[in-house]
Design a binder for this molecule. Structure first.
Ligand code: NAG
Ligand code: NAG
Ligand code: NAG
Ligand code: NAG
Length: 260
């Protein structure tokens, strides 16, 4: 076998190996998994490489296939990145500052070592707007137990990835009268029970920030404005007369007595 035919056979295999290593490992010399950044924040793509004895011949980074910085004997930076990008020539790592939502996408690195095959890596960046202004809105109505219904709506700005509801410190789950919209933005209490009174929280999150809104829900024993007349205390064992047009109002008195 001549030297040439050995090469002919070797080169395609090298290409296949490169292709395979690029495809199977996927991320190559970058850690697996997506990277998250915050608007106006900073992100660093750190390679898994240790600084070589002889400096890399070249390091270049692309964003969605377009060259953004390359460093050989000279450095060429895309004007759109001036002042907010730097590379670590020893490891190839990239730092990107003052992030914008549009920086979300795929970043690829190609390194040419001084001897040996080029190395590649790929990583995906998602930039999120931090969550601000989380608040729980609810109609300003008096809620009467077992009669009224209400909706608690969790508003917030920013990149909202998830909302979770908490009542009195415990996760709030759907139940007979409690239901959530698909995006968890609205919790419906239909109807409200006296046990629905308490402190509601909505935790709005994305991978870079979280914000919790709080709302106290008041539920009244129904119905309202019923006058109950009668003695406020009576010796134990004696019967008392409470006058009221409504059974529920009487129940309220009795409950109060039991607790106190
Ligand atoms: C290119 O950038 C790297 C990293 O910032 C720096 O260490 C190096 O000195 C620069 N080279 C030139 C020629 O400006
Ligand atoms: C709560 O929301 C549902 C669905 O959007 C609506 O049909 C209902 O009238 C709302 N209830 C109240 C009390 O606002
Ligand atoms: C809605 O809340 C439930 C549990 O509280 C949670 O598992 C789910 O991921 C939330 N969905 C969204 C879209 O936030
Ligand atoms: C809600 O109620 C709790 C406990 O009663 C109280 O500490 C808190 O200040 C109240 N929060 C609001 C927003 O009214």
């Amino acid at each position: 076998m001549s030297e040439k035919s050995v090469l002919d056979k070797t080169i395609p295999w090298t290409a296949v190996m490169l292709l395979l290593s690029g495809m199977c490992v996927g991320e190559g010399i970058l850690p697996a998994g997506p990277v998250s950044g915050a608007v106006a924040g900073t992100v660093k793509f750190t390679t898994t490489l240790r600084p070589p004895e002889k400096p890399f011949l070249s390091v270049s980074w692309r964003f969605n296939g377009v060259n953004i910085i390359s460093s050989t004997s000279v450095n060429i930076t895309d004007p759109g990145y001036a002042g907010r990008i730097s590379i670590d020539r020893a490891t190839g790592s990239l730092e990107l500052r003052n992030l914008a939502l549009e920086d979300s996408g795929e970043y690829t690195i190609t390194i040419t070592p001084d001897g040996g095959l080029p190395k590649q890596g790929r990583s995906t960046l998602t930039v999120y707007a931090p969550i601000t202004g989380a608040t729980i809105r609810s109609p300003a109505a008096i809620l009467i137990e077992d009669e009224s219904s209400t909706n608690l709506t969790c508003e917030a700005s920013g990149s909202i990835c998830s909302r979770e509801w908490i009542k009195d410190g415990q996760p709030l789950n759907p139940s007979g009268s409690v239901s959530f919209s698909l995006d968890n933005k609205t919790a419906s209490l239909q109807p409200v029970h006296i046990s629905d009174r308490g402190t509601y929280q909505c935790r709005v999150s994305n991978p870079v920030s979280t914000m919790t809104a709080t709302h106290n829900l008041t539920v009244s024993f129904g119905p309202y404005n019923v006058l109950i007349t009668g003695p406020s205390a009576a010796p134990q064992g004696h019967s008392i007369t409470l006058q009221s047009g409504c059974l529920m109002a009487i129940r309220r008195m009795l409950i109060t007595r039991c607790i106190s």
